[in-house]
Structure formats: structure tokens, C-alpha cells
Design a binder for this molecule. Structure first.
Ligand code: SAH
Length: 253
């Protein structure tokens, strides 16, 4: 078994990389692939960059070149479910590409991937449960140790929650109430939007391997995204996802 970990934040890759042992580094297609071990598991870690093409080409390289047979994708996302707050963690149980639309063709549904006969990429129940438990345990045991109270206060974070649900991906940063409204009407149980998860899920589906997507809510995908993004990534989000992934691998069978 070998796990491919893709992150959309360089900072989080650095944090995870520091925990790896026996590392070797290889550059390929403008990515840096770090092979090594984490909690005794063979792992290949890489900064995917942003967007569906970047993420799917990286996922394919992980599978084809580095022989991974499971994928984990982490990053930040815009929370569109009104019950979500900045700092909450979302685990995808289904992923959809919200910018795919060939519904002008007969019998094609909106968001359906041409020739694949499906729009959604479900994640196995057991994997989702493992990821939820890992994120919850990190929040419970490590949040207050690893993130300073004044940083949590700065971003209005008290006790973040972990939820699962649908994540929608597309090649655009969403920052409009109107678009959020539209997507919420079209996609049931939509929790958050981002730019990579469903692309990686499609690659995993086509190669018939499991794929987990974990996201920390960084904004509300609306007009008033007032947070200091770079600071949030460095001091909050990268710790959240890195911590959750470490917990997950600690318990991985
Ligand atoms: N880290 C950058 C901002 C990244 S924006 C910075 O320091 O300025 C693009 C990344 O954020 C992508 O990985 C995307 O998946 C995610 N993301 C976060 N909020 C999003 C939103 N509202 N819409 C789309 N993608 C979002």
C-alpha cells in the first residue's frame, strides 16, 4: 500500500514533509514529489497547485509513476452551507464538478462527465468515517496546543466542527452570493466549493482506487471574504489539515 497525499497549500506540504522519514525528492512536470514514510506507511507527498488540470495531472503522476493506490487531497475551501464557519473541516462524501455542463446533449444531466455516465464521485463510507474521526480527534486534542488563542480569536474561530457532505469543484474562485445560491439550489447537500477535489476524485474513480478529500473552510465564497488569506493559510488552515492527515495516517490500517 502506498498513499498519495496532494495538498493545495505549500505551507501544509512543508508541515507534512517535516514529519516524513527516509525522504527522496524528485521534480517532474513542475511538481516536487517527496517519497518517504509517515507512521510506517509509504507515502508520496506533493503540492498539486490549483485548479482541476493541475490536480488531475498530479494525481495521475502519483498513480502511474509513484505507484500510489490511495489518494488524499487537502486544502482550503469556500463554505457555502450557511451553518459552516471559518475553520470548520469538511470531509467529502460526494464530489461534483460544478463547471461541467454538456446538458445540451440529449440525455446528459447537468454536471455529468461525458462518456463516464455519472456526475458524482462518492467516497466510501468507511473512509469518510475514518477521516471525520481523525479530524475530530485533532481538533479535540491538539487545536489549542498548536494554534495560538489570539490567532483563533483573530479569525473568529471557537470550537470548529467537522462535517461531511458534497464538495463541488470548478476552475473558478467563487466569491458571489448569486453563484453560491445557484449552486446550492442545483447540488443537494452542498457544503463547500473549491478547485481540485472532484478532479482528483474522477482520476481515482477511473483508476478504481479510494480517494479522500479534506478541506478547511477559509471563506464563505461570497462578496465579503474579509479574511487575511495568506495569514489564515499559514497560521490556521495548514495546521488543521496537516494535523488531521497525521491523525488519519496514525490510524490507517
Ligand atoms: N492560498 C492562496 C489563495 C488560494 S485560492 C493565497 O494565499 O492567496 C485557491 C485555492 O483555494 C484553491 O486550492 C481552491 O481549491 C481553494 N478555495 C478556497 N476558497 C475557495 C472559493 N471560495 N472558491 C474556489 N476555491 C476556493
Amino acid at each position: 500500500m502506498k498513499i498519495g497525499i496532494l495538498g493545495a497549500m505549500d505551507e501544509e506540504i512543508n508541515l507534512l514533509g517535516k514529519q516524513m522519514t527516509n525522504c527522496t525528492l524528485e521534480e517532474r512536470g513542475k511538481r516536487e514529489y517527496i517519497n518517504g514514510q509517515l507512521f510506517g506507511h509509504d507515502v508520496c507527498l506533493v503540492f498539486s497547485r490549483w485548479g482541476k488540470v493541475a490536480a488531475s495531472s498530479t494525481a495521475t503522476t502519483l498513480i502511474e509513476r509513484y505507484g500510489v493506490d490511495q489518494l488524499i487531497f487537502t486544502g482550503v475551501a469556500g463554505g457555502v452551507d450557511p451553518s459552516l464557519n471559518i475553520g470548520d473541516i469538511v470531509i467529502a462524501d460526494t464530489l461534483i464538478q460544478h463547471d461541467m455542463d454538456v446538458s445540451f446533449l440529449p440525455q446528459m444531466k447537468e454536471f455529468e462527465i461525458p462518456l463516464l455516465g455519472r456526475a458524482d464521485f462518492p467516497v466510501g463510507k468507511k473512509e469518510v468515517q475514518k477521516a471525520v474521526a481523525a479530524a475530530e480527534s485533532w481538533l479535540q486534542d491538539n487545536l489549542r496546543e498548536e494554534v495560538a488563542p489570539e490567532t483563533l480569536e483573530e479569525f473568529g474561530i471557537d470550537m470548529p466542527k467537522v462535517v461531511c457532505g458534497t464538495i463541488a469543484s470548478g476552475d473558478q474562485f467563487i466569491s458571489s452570493d448569486e453563484k453560491v445560491q445557484y449552486l446550492r439550489e442545483k447540488i443537494p447537500n452542498l457544503r463547500c466549493v473549491e478547485m481540485e477535489g472532484a478532479a482528483v476524485a474522477q482520476v481515482a474513480y477511473e483508476y478504481d482506487i479510494p480517494c479522500l478529500v479534506l478541506r478547511t473552510v477559509s471563506d464563505k465564497a461570497n462578496d465579503d471574504a474579509v479574511i487575511d488569506f495568506p495569514r489564515f493559510i499559514t497560521s490556521v488552515a495548514s495546521c488543521f489539515t496537516c494535523g488531521s492527515v497525521l491523525r488519519l495516517l496514525e490510524r490507517w490500517e
